[in-house]
Structures are given as structure tokens and as C-alpha cells.
Write a protein that binds this ligand. Sequence first.
Ligand code: NAP
Length: 525
Amino acid sequence: MKLPNYVNGQWSEGTGPGEMLIDPVTADQLANISSQGVDLEAALAFARTQGAPALRQLTYVQRAELLAKIADVLAANRDEYFRLSLLNLGANQADASFDVDGATYTMKYYAKIGRALANGKMLKEGAQISLSKSSAFVGQHFLMPAKGAAVFINAFNFPAWGLCEKAAPALLSGVPVVVKPASPTAWLTHRMVEDIVKANVLPPGAISIICGSARDLLGYVQEEDIVSFTGSAETAARIRSHANVLRRSVRVNIEADSINSAILGPDCTPGTELFDLLVKEVVREMTLKAGQKCTTIRRVLVPREQIKAFGDATAARLSSMKVGNPRNAEARVGPVVNKAQQSSCLEGLDKLKQECEVLFGGDKNFQPIDADLQKSSFVQPALLFCKDGLSAKYVHDVEVFGPVATLVAYDGLDDLIAIARRGLGSLVASVFSNDASFTREAILGIGDLHGRVLAVNSAVGTQHTGHGNVVPSCLHGGPGRAGGGEELAGLRALFLYHRRFVLQGPVDGITELAGMCADTALLYS
Ligand code: NAP
């Protein structure tokens, strides 16, 4: 089976052998994809000339209604998405739910909050500025939806959520979507787009999908387009520095990899509630989606005197998490997505082992339940210990994109802050402590290098949203190594797809125009 591309308002198969999608448990060949022979320049032009004007004719409220219809389509096909998640990602129910239900929830969320923007087609920002003595001549800032296309280049680990978390704010802004999912797991994104197209929810050109290599796609982006990339820091650097992207100053949002940390406060001694909660959180993070989340805890910063107890408790819990074929009810941890990722994890693990002690797992030859060791792509969860965090190198630099975490000992607050900052910019850090002053000092020490800080004390121990969970109402993204991008954060996500301009002119005309616009203050609510 070859999955066709959807461009220029029609389905068309790419030429050549393309790339094969496989089942990471059985190594069965599932489907083929290819973007060869697809006219990518024409695909972008179609989105700009057909999809964009049709979306822009609608108001924000009307586009929010489209999002609600998309969410209904996705909800109706949930079982099929779980089936494809199992086949192409080796995802168990929890793994599939994280991606698929997260996608539908995000779409629904934007459908709901988008209604607040009322019936305008543009946004006004701030107050009028008097520019003449009589105030007859004034200035007013506006935000206008970009008239180009939103090009999404996505990572393999969230084929469903990755589509929806980007498409919802783009479509709400009136900007058509051209998505290029990561090749290894393109099937699920493809199926969602197919369902949306079949349901006839969107005008022609509002959504397109290119499966397979991005080829020369970036060579055709223009000034009014937006490129939103999620993936590794290495590919991000290539996209950012693409000659056409630079020459045309194309707006680029980058969500890249991240060495996230979780911090155990000095007050959380063994036997305390928060000690146990962080042990659980670390194991959940390592095992959900086999650790293939950009937000997964990679470093656990623990007071030196608690390292032994924390390591023992985490290893004991990890040992109860059976790894294997998700079709077997006993298995709690699935595979990584393919052999290439398995090799990359094992290579990264070897590097970490050069400066860390192994506390649990990481055996290259371990036997997963109900799976052939040679054919399947499992990685045994591994817990490591780094004694000297400040002199370590790989622990802060090598993102093993699998079920691997490293405990790093710290001695006091300054040491802790210096170690956490060695991540050089992360998506998230969490602080588990009942000591309010410790938590505050830790936040003040690391906040500028993190997109999100999760503070957990006993009062919210069972209520917090989780270290790795990205909620659409809050910011996702991180500075530095994490890419410097910003996504979600409620209606703030619309900023990426709008352009600010200031209009200077007669007060009457500007007042009338501003009266037809929703206020950007709503984006912060
Ligand atoms: P990747 O290898 O960097 O690929 C990401 C995307 O870029 C894929 O669609 C890939 O297409 C495409 N691509 C590769 N080379 C390209 C080029 N020269 N021009 C245009 N596109 C190109 O990343 P991945 O392995 O799929 O994803 C794992 C990484 O993503 C991890 O490092 C993880 O931390 C990161 N991630 C970050 C976030 C976040 O929100 N910060 C979320 C999820 C994942 P092909 O697949 O066809 O090669």
C-alpha cells in the first residue's frame, strides 16, 4: 500500500520506491510513502491562493466552528487511530491516548477559546496613540493573519498531537496548513488528514499533506509563509539556516530536543510523600511512550545524601514495568519507533555510561516479552547515576530519546542551579519540595532557561498536570537548545500566524477599523 500525498486539492501518489513504514515490534512492512514527483512549489501556491483566501473570508468564530467539526471527526475515528498507533508506533493504550486524545483535546480546546475572538477578521493591539497636537492624526497597532501558508515539519513521536497542536491555532488564524509528518510514523497523520478531507470540513487548499522526504520544500517558502518545525536540534539548525528561509526572512518556529530535569528538594527525605511522588513521576516519564517525549525527564537532580535511597526506590519500581509487545497485557513499556532509533538510543547510552554508573537496566541483549530480539526495536529502561554533575559532559548534552534517565547528585542550591543550567535551555524542569523558599530560589535560578517550570508540593501532589504533559492553555517551547520556539499558551499561539503593523492616519477611520477588531488583550486571557 502506498499512502498518497494530498496537494492541490487532490490525492496523488509519489513516484519511486519511497520509504517503508514498519511495525517496530514485528518488523512487518505496513505501507509505503513517497513525495517524489510531487510539485511542492505548486502545492504551496495552491494553499496560498485557494486555501488562504477561503479561510480569511471567515471570521475567527466561524473558523473556531471548523475546529469543533474537525475535533468531532477525530473523535469519531479514535479507534482507528489507536489501531494505527499500535501498528506503526508499537503504542499501548496509554501511549496512544497521550498522542491521539491529546490531539483531539487540543483541537476542541482551540474551538472553544477561539469563540472569544468574536466576529472580527483582524486584531487590534493596545490603545490609540496621538501623533498630532489636535489628536486628529493617530496611530494604532493591529495584528493581521499572514496571507501565506503554515508549513509544519513534524517529529515522529507525536504524529497526531503534533498535527493538531499546530493546525488548531493556524486554522483559527485563517492560515492554511501544509503538513510534512516525520517519515517513520506518517501513517497516523495521513489518516487524520484523510478523515478531515473526507468529512469536507475545510475549504480546498486549507489542509495538505506531504508524506516522505521534505525534498526542496523550503526552497519554495515565501515571505508570507510560516515554518513550524519540531524535531532534533541538528535538523533544526539546517532548517534555520536554509538559504531561501534566510533570504526571505521567513518566520520559523523551532521546537527541538531538550535535556529536561526534575529536582528533588532537600526536605524530601525517603518516606516523605514528595520523595515517593517523584519516584513515580520519573518512572512514568521513562516508560510512557518508551521515553519518546520531548518533555521527558532526562536528568533527576537529587541531594547527594538521598541518591542511594532514590536510586533504589526508582530501580525497584522500574523492575515492575515489564517491557514487550503491547499486544500482550503484561507488557507496560513498548518499543522505540524503529531500529534506527534503537541504535541511536544504545549509542547515546554508551556515551552516558562513560561518565555514569548503571543503577538499573540498559542491557542491549535483554529479552522483551513476546517479541523477537532481532526484529523488534525495544530498549530496556536504564537508570544511571552521575556522581559529579558539574564536570560531566554527555549527561547535559546527549538526549537519549528512549526510556533512559540519569540521577545527578547535587550539593546545595548553587550547585543545583549550575547543574540544571548546563542543559543550556530546556522545555521543562520540575521542582518537588515543601520548602517554599527552596522552590522559589530554584525557580529564580533556572526560570530564564526553561519554557515551563512545574512546582509540586504536598498540597498539589495529586492534582498537578505532570512533568511531561503539555496542556494547550500553557506555554510549550523552550529557549536555547530547546529551539527558542513558543507554541500553545492558549490564544497566544495565534501570534505566530499574525503580523503586527501600525496604522497611522485620521482618527475617525482608525477608530472605525479598530471597532471591527477583537482586542489582542483576549490573547492573554
Ligand atoms: P528529526 O530527525 O530532526 O526529523 C524531524 C522532521 O524533520 C522530520 O519530519 C524529518 O523528515 C524532517 N527533516 C529531516 N531533515 C530535513 C531537512 N533537511 N529539511 C526539511 N525537513 C527535514 O527528528 P525526529 O527524529 O523525527 O524527532 C525526534 C526529535 O524531536 C527528538 O530530538 C525530540 O526531542 C524532538 N522533539 C521535540 C519536540 C518539542 O516540542 N520540542 C516534540 C517532539 C519531538 P523525515 O522523517 O522524512 O526525515
